[in-house]
Ligand binder design. Structure first.
Ligand code: GUN
Ligand code: ZN
Length: 404
């Protein structure tokens, strides 16, 4: 049994992309049972032609409480955090956290994103609210509170922050991981950073944090710890194959080698980096290791990973030549899933979770374009033209969860 879809299908393959102009996608028990060219005489339960079926997008770095701050007052990072972001996060608790989490996930789906690594606010009940809302939709996610014991926006001790995190780790499950989230070096003591690494080791949990986003931030880290940024994290034990570092802009060649040796993943957040004037990540070095894309809402202006991928294309075109559209769209799908350790997500292959989006053919391919196009041409069109309004439908584990 199962449900048979007929559509134009694009998916990352082991290498490169698969493109079937007339495809058959069979979904059974929430997973892809078959994907291949349409068979003559077959019967579709759902005929999506002429639209495209594409894997759901994966956002590997975003802040749920920060959606309301998107787009206002670009300032330097530390000022932006102090004036806008921390006051907003401080109010993200109770009913407000629940309501705003629900709205966040609705918006995330509308943008075509079906899995994500998320920061909540520091309040424990905001973590519970995000887990429950993500579970209600069947989403794959990493969810964790930003752990802070230096200039926190609520009264805490190091001990209390770690005890709360340990208690919240009960929420961890295979689909929705509790992620140990030291916010960044400047909001933590050495003791908290080492405690985070120990908790992740004890419970086999992933880790996420920010790394080397702006120069003044890096200088303050050096002044406070007497070490370079990556050394601080390394000495605490935070460099693991289950760690995602957001931004990674102001790094040396040897820092990049160290990240590669430890198999850490990097969340590239170019829309945020442009908005806050942070700088340009080293695309070639990042691409050589494990890299995926993040919206970094609220420093990023919205939750569109198409916009993020396009911004990466623009920035790196101006700094060394245009990246390949297929590479960028892999970063937005299967590489994101792999950074999150979800090895059966981010592509439409047999056995993979059936998280997929339907893209409006008329919005992707303009009227009058040639009938037959190469896979590379289509990927380029999707990269440069797709966005929120092109996302007609979103399926999570084969269940229709959003319709335009
Ligand atoms: N560094 C520490 N916290 C944050 C945050 O919330 N957003 C960004 N962009 N950088 C950070
Ligand atoms: Zn961030």
């Amino acid at each position: 049994m199962g449900t048979t879809y007929r559509a134009r299908l694009l998916s990352p393959a082991e290498e490169g992309w698969t493109h079937w102009p007339d495809a058959r996608l069979v979904v059974r028990d929430g997973r892809v049972a078959e994907a291949g060219p349409w068979r003559r005489g077959g019967r579709a339960d759902v005929d999506l032609r002429p639209h495209f079926v594409f894997p759901g997008l994966v956002d590997v770095h975003a802040h749920v409480p920060q959606l309301p701050v998107c787009g206002v007052h670009p300032e330097n990072l530390l000022e932006w955090l102090r004036r806008w972001t921390f006051p907003l996060e401080r109010r993200f608790r109770g009913e407000r956290a629940r309501e705003l989490s629900r709205r966040y996930f609705r918006e995330m789906l509308a943008q075509g994103t079906t899995a994500a690594a998320l920061y909540t606010s520091a309040w424990p009940d905001s973590v519970e609210a995000c887990f429950e809302e993500a579970a209600a939709l069947g989403l794959h996610a990493w969810i964790g509170p930003p752990l802070m014991d230096v200039d926190p926006y609520r009264p805490v001790t190091t001990r209390r922050v770690l005890d709360e995190a340990r208690a919240l780790a009960r929420l961890d499950s295979p689909e929705r991981r509790f992620v140990v989230t030291p916010r960044f070096a400047l909001s933590a003591t050495r003791e908290l950073l080492a405690g985070c690494a120990a908790l992740a080791r004890e419970r086999d949990l992933p880790i996420q944090t920010h790394l080397a986003e702006q120069q003044p931030e890096c200088e303050e880290v050096r002044a406070r710890f007497g070490r370079d940024y990556l050394d601080v994290y390394d000495e605490a034990g935070l460099l693991t194959p289950r760690t995602i570092f957001a931004h990674a802009i102001w790094l040396s060649a040897s820092d990049w080698r160290r990240l590669a040796r430890a198999r850490c993943a990097v969340a590239h957040c170019p829309t945020s980096n442009v908005f806050l004037g942070s700088g340009v990540m080293d695309w070639k070095r990042a691409r050589a290791g494990r890299m995926a894309l993040g919206s970094d809402v609220g420093a990023g202006p919205d939750l569109s990973l198409f916009r993020v991928a396009r911004m990466a294309w623009t920035l790196h075109s101006l700094n060394g030549g245009p990246p390949d559209a297929g590479d960028l769209l892999r970063a937005a799908t299967v590489d994101g899933a792999s950074a999150l350790g979800f090895d059966d997500l981010g592509a439409l292959r047999p056995g993979f979770v059936a998280d997929f989006i339907v893209l409006d053919a008329a919005q992707v391919v303009p009227p009058g374009a040639p009938k037959a196009e190469s896979t590379a041409d289509l990927l380029s069109r999707i990269l440069h033209r797709a966005g929120r309004s092109a996302v007609c439908q979103v399926y999570i584990a084969g269940v229709l969860r959003h319709e335009r």
